[in-house]
Ligand binder design. Structure first.
Ligand code: ZN
Length: 220
């Protein structure tokens, strides 16, 4: 392993030496004194509360919502209860991060707060609905998330919508506009298969027939 690394380094150094435009005589000489001058050691310990230990268990709560509707049921959360959920999370120090960042292991939650991931399945109309006026329905999931973020700017606008097709969010002709809006506002979309297939039970059809495209996230 070490030998391979050494060979790789040697190849890299050889390549670097071979493709530079500057001749070695023109390049500034890098001495240890120059390094000592440019790097001022800083003691950052004064700036952080070291009594707060990060949770390194790698476990982060992922909440899975389906419908936002007027009657609370197994797969339905009312707008009021959804806002109550967000308020409880906020007051208990949870701050949403994107599923994309979580998958990449990039978590920039401020010290003292706890990351949480918010997800919505099935691309239901009540997740993202335009009113006749063209405004986003304030009682749809996206409307509620936008309003909560506006009143609590330190609660990041992060959520992932797992979509089925065709006709995501069930308002004909608005599919692209809605997905674009979510992406522009920094939210994510994931693939929930084209036909909401149960992929734990093989149907004999090709997997790609069900997927509807190459995903970044799957929820199956
Ligand atoms: Zn589903």
């Amino acid at each position: 392993m070490k030998k391979n690394l050494l060979i790789a380094l040697l190849i890299m150094l050889t390549t670097l030496a071979g493709c530079g435009n500057e001749s070695p005589a023109e390049a500034p000489e890098l001495t240890t004194e120059a390094l000592d001058q440019s790097v001022e050691p800083q003691d950052l310990r004064d700036q952080v509360d070291l009594s707060l230990k990060p949770d390194e268990s790698g476990r982060i709560m992922i909440l899975m919502y389906h419908n936002i509707g007027e009657e609370e049921k197994e797969w339905v959360r009312t707008p009021e209860n959804f806002l109550r959920d967000m308020t409880v999370l906020y007051e208990k120090g949870y701050r949403p991060i994107s599923l994309r960042d979580y998958a990449k292991g990039y978590i920039d939650t401020e010290q003292g707060f706890t990351p949480v991931v918010l997800t919505f399945d099935d691309g239901n109309r009540n997740n993202f609905r335009y009113l006749d006026s063209g405004e986003i329905d304030p009682r749809s999931a996206v409307g509620l998330l936008l309003a909560f973020h506006e009143s609590h700017p330190d609660f990041p606008l992060e959520a992932t919508f797992f979509l089925n097709g065709p006709g995501v969010f069930q308002q004909k002709g608005t599919e692209e506009q809605k997905i674009q809006f979510l992406l522009e506002r920094g939210m994510d979309v994931g693939n929930h298969t084209l036909e909401h297939a149960n992929l734990s039970k093989p149907t004999g059809r090709r997997f790609s027939d069900k997927s509807g495209g190459r995903p970044y996230f799957w929820r199956i």
